[in-house]
Design a protein around this ligand. Structure first.
Ligand code: GLU
Length: 295
C-alpha cells in the first residue's frame, strides 16, 4: 500500500551508541535505515550517540564507521558526535525550563517507585509551600509530560498509542550524573538535523511517544517512525553488546548482509557482491513499503 509522502525532503539517520562494534543485531537497524533512505533517494546521516560517556568504548566509533564502509553503506555529509553538541542540548534545556516544561527533581533512587510512572513528587505544585526544588538541590531534571493519549502510526508496527503521563510520568532529560539524557539529545539532534524519518529497532518503539512530546514542546517537527523487529539470541534476549554479541566480520560482508536481510523478513537475494545486494535490496524495500522515490 502506498504511503503518504513526507512533505519535507527525506532525511534519515543511523545513530549507533559506540559501546562496541556493530554486530548482527545492530546491523539490522542500520540496514533498515539505510534502505529506507536510499529507496526514497534521501539523505542518510550518521550520528555517533556517545553522550552516555560511561558506556562508550574507546575507538568503537571508528570501528563502526569502518564496518559500515566495509559493507558498502556510505553516509551523507559529516558524521555528528553528540559529545560535541552540548550547547544545542543546553539551549533546548533552558527553553524547556523557561517554558515551565522542565523542573528539578531531588528524589534519590530509593525514593522512586521500583516500577510504574514517576509519581510527580517534585512537581512544583506537588511541593506546595516548599516551592520548586532549587537548582542546587536538583539531582536530575524532568520533562513535564502532556496528559492524554499520544497516538501515531509506525510504518512497520502500525497504529500506536501511549498515555505517557500514566505509563511513564515526567521523565528525565538531564541525569543525576549531569549527563544529557538520551531522550533529550535524540530529539534535539533529529530536529536540528532535519530528520524526517526515524528507522530503528523495536526496543525504542516505547520511547517514541515521549520523544514526540518533547519535540512538540521544542517546536520541532515529529519525524515519521519505522521500528524493525529485533534479532534475539537463543534465550529470546535482544542481541546486544551487553550480552556479548560478536563483532560483524566484514571480510564476509555479503553473508552479514544476507543474515540481516532475512531478519527483516525477506527472502535471500541472488546477489554475488555488495553492489548487487544493495541494488536488489533497495528495490525490494521500496516495493514492500510502496515508496516512490523523489525525482
Ligand atoms: N543510540 C541508540 C542505540 O544505539 C539509538 C537511538 C535511536 O535510533 O534513536 O540504541
Amino acid at each position: 500500500m502506498a504511503q503518504a509522502p513526507s512533505p519535507r525532503p527525506y532525511v534519515g539517520r543511523f545513530a549507533p551508541s559506540p559501546s562496541g562494534p556493530l554486530h548482527d543485531g545492530s546491523l539490522v537497524a542500520a540496514m533498515a535505515s539505510y534502505l529506507d533512505a536510499r529507496a526514497h533517494r534521501g539523505a542518510w546521516l550518521l550520528r555517533i550517540e556517545d553522550i552516555d560517556a560511561p558506556r562508550v568504548a574507546a575507538g568503537a566509533d571508528r570501528w563502526i564507521m569502518a564496518q559500515l564502509c566495509g559493507l558498502g553503506m556510505h553516509w551523507d555529509g559529516e558524521p555528528v558526535w553528540q559529545t560535541r553538541r552540548h550547547p544545542e542540548y543546553q539551549r533546548a534545556f533552558e527553553r524547556l525550563r523557561a517554558d515551565g516544561r522542565a523542573y528539578g527533581c531531588a528524589c534519590t533512587r530509593r525514593e522512586l517507585p521500583v516500577a510504574g510512572p514517576y509519581p510527580g513528587t517534585c512537581r512544583p505544585e506537588a511541593r506546595g509551600a516548599k516551592g520548586p526544588v532549587p537548582a542546587h538541590e536538583a539531582r536530575s531534571w524532568r520533562f513535564r509530560v502532556d496528559r492524554g493519549l499520544e497516538a501515531f502510526t509506525d510504518r512497520w508496527q502500525g497504529p500506536q498509542s501511549q498515555d505517557v503521563a500514566t505509563e511513564v510520568g515526567d521523565f528525565i532529560i538531564r541525569r543525576a550524573d549531569d549527563l544529557w539524557a538520551y531522550q533529550l539529545a535524540v530529539v534535539v539532534d533529529d530536529g536540528l538535523q532535519g530528520v524526517t524519518d526515524v528507522v530503528r529497532g523495536a526496543d525504542l518503539l516505547d520511547s517514541t511517544a515521549r520523544q514526540r512530546q518533547l519535540a512538540r514542546a521544542l517546536d520541532l517537527p515529529c519525524p515519521r517512525s519505522l521500528h524493525v523487529p529485533l534479532l534475539c539470541d537463543g534465550a529470546g534476549r535482544k542481541l546486544s553488546k551487553q550480552n556479548h554479541a560478536p563483532a560483524l566480520d566484514t571480510d564476509h560482508g555479503l553473508e552479514c548482509l544476507q543474515r540481516a536481510w532475512r531478519t527483516l523478513g525477506f527472502e535471500p537475494l541472488p546477489a554475488r557482491g555488495l553492489g548487487e545486494f544493495w541494488a536488489w535490496a533497495i528495490a525490494r524495500w521500496a516495493a514492500r513499503f510502496g515508496i516512490t522515490p523523489a525525482p
